[in-house]
Design a protein around this ligand. Structure first.
Ligand code: PLP
Length: 368
């Protein structure tokens, strides 16, 4: 089919997995495969990770977890979203680990346990400063006490999430860590023991390796991109996604020809304009046209004019391009390279936004 293609290099995912594991001293990784594996394909990436020995996966919604189970993925799956009463029974049946982040959640679990005699596994999330989900720091004592009466057996873990782990200034992250340690001491004083304790994400793997605890939750680094331009980049990760678009038309235009919507781009001389069948509806970032380029046969070529919904244009100058060939939009292959991080930095975005944006008509092709 003609259109954008995301070549997913599973061999690079596996490489990244091992490089990260080495960096964290062999601690278990919870492979974060939410949002369709950050746009890379959750099922295929999960299978590759599990085959390498990854014992924990995480998704956001219950539906995402069920899709993995339906694909015969049997490893531990944790969901990060707020607990909903209606999926507690299925969580037991399909062995899915829930997120406990408030006193309401305790009520749901206790009621379910009273009616059925069963309870799903869950991890207690403590909010240490993200102010999103999680038991607020000052309610931690009450929640720990409540859990200790009936639910402790099913509480497999305690965790928190950093707000600024991928930033240059780690003051806030360090403060969050102190808050978390206070909660852990409190639990300890109450005699509560958890099988797993986790806090780290990609940013902390690079920035604060001392916070690894028992499991390290990793998303972006597994997919081969650095979470921000403020983290150390001394880790040999490789971009898993190679995003390419086909040249579907070529025309020679004269000097002064306006190209694309708004006519904001004008050729400075006679040149060859190629049409690439990939647009912002496929996740190609519209803002990138201002300074953006693609790579073709080892050379960069500038984007000409605004990116449209389904297509955009490239200025090939006097070079020869072929209809049917694909240009590299981001990623890496033997001859061409353009990292997502560079685009993210230029357009004031992040690799997270770019990779999860690749959806819709993009065909994923898995390479091993
Ligand atoms: C709770 C939680 N843990 C871990 C991660 C993984 O983060 P990263 O992709 O930066 O490794 C995420 C991602 O957003 C998350 O929401």
């Amino acid at each position: 089919m003609v259109g954008p293609k995301a070549y997913i290099h599973l061999d690079r995912l596996i490489h990244n997995y091992h490089v990260i594991r080495d960096r964290i001293g062999g601690s278990p990784i919870m492979g974060v495969v939410k949002a369709n594996g950050y746009g890379h394909g959750a099922i295929e990436c999960s299978k590759a990770l599990v085959q390498e020995g990854c014992e924990f996966l995480a998704v956001f919604t219950f539906d995402e977890a069920m899709k993995l189970r339906e694909a015969d993925i049997e490893t531990n799956i944790m969901i990060f979203s707020r607990m909903q009463r209606e999926f507690i029974a299925d969580a037991v049946e399909y062995n899915i680990t829930l997120n406990l982040s408030g006193t309401d959640d305790i009520k749901h679990l206790e009621e379910f346990a009273e009616q059925s005699g069963l309870c799903p596994k869950f991890h207690l999330k403590v909010d240490t400063g993200m102010n999103r989900l999680g038991v607020p720091f000052d309610e931690a004592a009450i929640v720990l006490k409540k859990i200790s009466t009936k639910l402790l057996l099913h509480c497999e873990g305690i965790y928190s999430h950093y707000a600024t782990a991928d930033e240059g200034d780690l003051t806030y992250a360090e403060w969050q860590l102190e808050q978390f340690k206070l909660v852990l001491s409190l639990a300890d004083e109450m005699g509560l023991r958890f099988k797993y304790c986790h806090f780290s994400n990609s940013g902390t793997v690079l920035n604060m390796p001392q916070t690894n605890f028992d499991i390290v939750r990793v998303g972006m680094l597994l997919y081969g991109a650095f979470p921000s331009d403020e983290v150390p980049t001394d880790l040999d990760i490789k971009p898993v996604m190679e995003f390419r678009g086909p040249i579907i038309s070529l025309r020679r235009v004269t000097e002064g020809t306006k190209v694309s919507y708004g006519g904001v781009w004008e050729s400075g001389k006679d040149t060859t304009i190629g049409v690439i069948q990939t647009g912002f509806a496929d996740g190609f970032p519209r803002n990138w046209y201002k300074s953006g380029y693609v790579v073709y046969k080892g050379k960069p070529y500038p984007i000409a004019g605004r990116i449209c919904m389904d297509q955009f244009m490239v200025n090939f100058g006097d070079d020869k391009a072929e209809i049917g060939d694909e240009v590299l939009l981001f990623g890496e292959n033997d001859t061409d390279s353009l990292h997502m991080e560079e685009i993210a930095q230029q357009i004031n975005s992040t690799p997270y936004v770019l990779s999860t944006g690749i959806h819709g008509r993009t065909e994923r092709i898995y390479l091993t």
